[in-house]
Design a binder for this molecule. Structure first.
Ligand code: IMP
Length: 452
């Protein structure tokens, strides 16, 4: 079967971009199927750094088609900025980029609503969105009455539809006080027409294109944005994004049924990070957190906000691995943990005096969760120069194997730096092998008991 998917198992920013870039070599098509310009991926290739948000990094390679499907909320100005950046640096975009006519368009009012609404959750704690209009655009998609899809921009009734929606939005935004922005329908229409004309050659029915592709045996790579724990249905709601950012989102987002996917890779950072609001049980608001943030350059790609940092949370990641149905793991940024004498992993939570390895469904329970830690020896060697599994110090190998055992999946890939070359591919995986690999262990495996 021709499909691979790459899914983040934490709160986003797991360095999926690098992995996608490596895997792209073995695929014909790369698909972005949910989220929008809230995502940011960084790829370092040949000494050059590329920061992309909506366009898959596969665009940097010849012979690869990049598809942005109907599950994405698409800001035309953001796509055009990326196209201009790429072409300005000598990358031909042309027919390599396809955009779904079903993708919902992010308009200026969505960005304004994002700003107005973020601070108004019940309880007043902001979600800390990226401010890219993602939630309001998805809300209009589901609500239908005020939604406009990319294909609609090319229809004769678009000006009338736009004027109707602007009039409704104007009334909504008027209640927003000083933060409200006036909407000028003529100016928005003129802007949209100009952008639609430029995007026109890329717009098509990508669902039909992808179904033809998988049925013809072409190799397709599905690139998840954000991470499983930000999934709107299964994440730390309401501190989530507005799409299905777990592995469950591939089918609805792309139009390609999950039966075409034969390899699902779960990507974790060797520690935890989160940007924006919501609980992060293993957060280290101390010297450890600063060590991780500075060594890991943990500042948002899109917003440059400092990320909250903490120890690896195996309870959360195991839940995410099961939910996203991943068969193998990639552990990224392992080098960042270097220089610490001891490293902790959270193997269980204690909630109201009860110990559990289940991830709570209510965010208030997660807030009360006290992490139960297991401590492993750290290492001081520089991992960033290591290219082979055997070169990894024993303590680093044991740490990786512990993650595999706790999540019940083998770790196939370890990343020790941002460059493609700074990657260790692992073959042996001890007792973390799944049944498909002859390991004979039933999945899902339970984490090993926690030492008191
Ligand atoms: P939104 O997606 O802009 O609505 O933001 C909702 C939450 O998801 C906020 O906590 C954001 O910081 C977070 N978020 C959205 N996109 C990303 C991402 O690509 N990486 C990490 N966090 C993200």
């Amino acid at each position: 079967m021709p499909g691979t998917c790459v899914i983040g198992l934490q709160w986003g920013d797991e360095a999926k971009g690098k992995l996608v870039d490596i895997l792209t070599e073995h695929h014909d098509i790369v698909v972005r199927y949910q989220g929008g310009a809230n995502a940011g991926h960084t790829v370092v290739s040949g000494g050059e750094t590329w920061k992309l948000s909506l366009i898959p990094s596969g665009i940097l390679r010849d012979g690869v088609t990049c598809v942005v499907t109907g599950g994405v909320v698409l800001d035309p100005a953001a796509v055009l900025r990326e196209i201009d950046m790429l072409e300005g640096r000598g990358v031909t975009v042309g027919s390599k980029l396809l955009l779904s006519d079903r993708a919902h368009v992010v308009f200026p009012w969505h960005v304004a609503e994002d700003r107005l609404l973020d601070a108004s959750l019940s309880g007043g704690e902001p979600i800390g969105t990226t401010g890219r209009g993602i939630g309001p655009c998805y809300r209009d998609k589901v609500g239908r009455a005020m939604a406009i899809r990319l294909g609609d921009l090319y229809r004769a009734d678009f000006p009338a539809t736009l004027r109707h929606v602007v009039a409704l939005k104007q009334r909504f935004l008027a209640g927003g006080g000083p933060a409200a922005v006036p909407l000028d329908a003529d100016a928005i229409l003129a802007d949209m027409r100009r952008m639609a004309a430029r995007l026109g050659p890329h717009v098509r029915d990508t669902t039909a294109y992808l179904l033809d592709a998988v049925e013809a045996g072409r190799r397709v790579l599905f690139e998840g944005a954000q991470g499983t724990l930000l999934d709107v249905d299964h994440g730390t709601y309401p501190f989530v994004t507005s799409s299905n950012s777990s592995g469950l989102g591939v089918g609805p987002g792309s139009g390609v049924p999950a039966r075409w996917i034969d390899r699902s890779i779960g990507v974790v950072k060797a520690y935890s990070t989160r940007v924006g609001g919501g609980p992060l049980p293993t957060e280290q608001d101390n010297a450890i957190g600063i060590h991780l943030r500075e060594r890991g350059n943990e500042y948002g790609t899109v917003t440059r906000r400092p990320r909250r940092c903490g120890w690896f949370d195996a309870v959360a990641a195991r839940y995410a691995a099961r939910l996203s149905g991943v068969d193998e793991l990639a552990v990224m940024l392992l080098d960042v943990l270097g220089g610490l004498d001891q490293i902790s992993i959270c193997t269980a939570y204690e909630i109201d005096g009860r110990r559990t390895t289940d991830f709570p469904s209510h965010v208030d329970d997660l807030r009360r969760a006290r992490p139960v830690y297991e401590t492993l020896p750290g290492w001081h060697e520089d991992l960033s120069v290591i290219r082979e599994q055997v070169g990894l110090p024993g303590a680093a190998q044991r740490y990786v194997e512990r993650i595999a055992a706790l999540l019940g999946r083998p770790v196939r890939i370890v990343s020790v730096g941002p460059d493609r070359a700074q990657t260790v591919f692992r073959d042996g995986d001890g007792d973390a092998r799944g049944p498909a690999e002859g390991g004979g262990l039933p999945w899902p495996r339970q984490p090993a008991p926690v030492r008191a």
